[in-house]
Ligand binder design. Structure first.
Ligand SMILES: C[S@@+](CC[C@H](N)C(=O)[O-])C[C@H]1O[C@@H](n2cnc3c(N)ncnc32)[C@H](O)[C@@H]1O
Length: 280
């Protein structure tokens, strides 16, 4: 599911102006087995963000924007020329300028390198704050709640989307089995968890409420497209120092990798939580 023609089939089904923007972005490393992964991921973000009621001219805060501007590109498109996106990330910026420039949307985005548990903004200054597939990187429930609270401090409305730990098809099970190794692999390599297991929808909703949000909508949406991001390179697992942990993870990596090869990797359903700030 990675050729130009397969991408075109997907692009024909979405808004033609956004499809043109996706077409401007060159494929990633042509040596990769899935050189259009970024484009498919952007289409997924677009499907999810259609649920966020974004209007032209809005000022949007995006938290945990990531190294490839995947959600940022879609947001910058949706807000139009009069709108702005402030993209916050604690440290991953590598391809952001390049990709936004390729999309022709760089002028709509203000990048802010900062820890989102404490934003350098004094007042409410956004129409909406979003975190899309970012909760998994916030490491634990305390940090997730702090970040959601900050989002609700500077914006009256928030929109949270994250993959759910629900796998029905073999390709979804393959994704989940490989993805679930990430937390342990990162822990074994750096002593710190990253890419924690996906949270169930009721937990996401509970954390939004705990952060001071009044939930207005909470539901699951099917994505119906491939997903390419679960696989951790085998080389990273090979570098784990503790022999027992390394051997165990290598065995489980092999088992998960075989399933990815057999069945492909399909996007899991995504949980969406919309909330407004609960009145004091
Ligand atoms: C999974 S990635 C990016 C997801 C991106 N939104 C997308 O749509 O693909 C999550 C990002 O959250 C960032 N992050 C983790 N903890 C953070 C924090 N405390 N403040 C700001 N960003 C953080 C990481 O650096 C990482 O780039």
């Amino acid at each position: 599911m990675t050729s130009r023609s397969e991408l075109e089939t997907k692009l024909e089904k979405i808004d033609s102006e956004f499809a043109e923007i996706i077409r401007r972005i060159p494929k990633r490393d042509p040596q990769e087995p899935t050189p259009f992964w970024l484009h498919f991921e952007m289409i997924e973000r677009y499907k999810v963000l259609r649920e966020a009621n974004i209007e032209k001219g809005m000022n949007i805060l995006e938290v945990g924007s990531g190294a490839h501007a995947i959600t940022t590109t879609v947001l910058a498109y949706l807000v139009g020329d009069r709108g702005r996106v402030v993209a916050v990330d604690i440290g991953r910026w590598r391809f952001v300028n390049e990709i936004l420039a390729q999309a022709g949307l760089k002028h709509r985005v203000f990048p802010l390198a900062h820890d989102a548990t404490s934003l350098p903004l004094q007042y409410e200054c956004f129409n909406l704050a979003v975190v899309i597939h970012g909760v998994r990187s916030f490491r634990n429930e305390t940090t997730i709640t702090k970040i959601l609270k900050e989002m609700l401090r500077v914006s009256p409305r928030i929109f949270v989307a994250e993959s759910l730990p629900i796998a029905k098809t073999k390709a979804q099970k393959a994704h989940l089995e490989m993805y679930n190794l990430r937390e342990e692999i990162f822990q074994a390599r750096s002593g710190q968890k990253d890419d924690i297991h996906y949270l169930p929808l009721d937990k996401l909703t509970e954390l939004v409420e705990k952060a001071g949000g009044e939930v207005t909508d909470s539901r699951m949406m099917e994505i119906d497209q491939p997903h390419f991001l679960a696989c951790v390179p085998r080389g990273l697992v090979e570098k784990i120092e503790d022999e027992e942990i390394r051997e165990d993870l290598l065995q489980r990596w092999e088992a998960a990798y075989t399933k990815l090869q057999q069945h492909g990797e399909e996007h899991l359903p995504v949980g969406i939580v919309k909330a407004k700030r609960r009145p004091a």
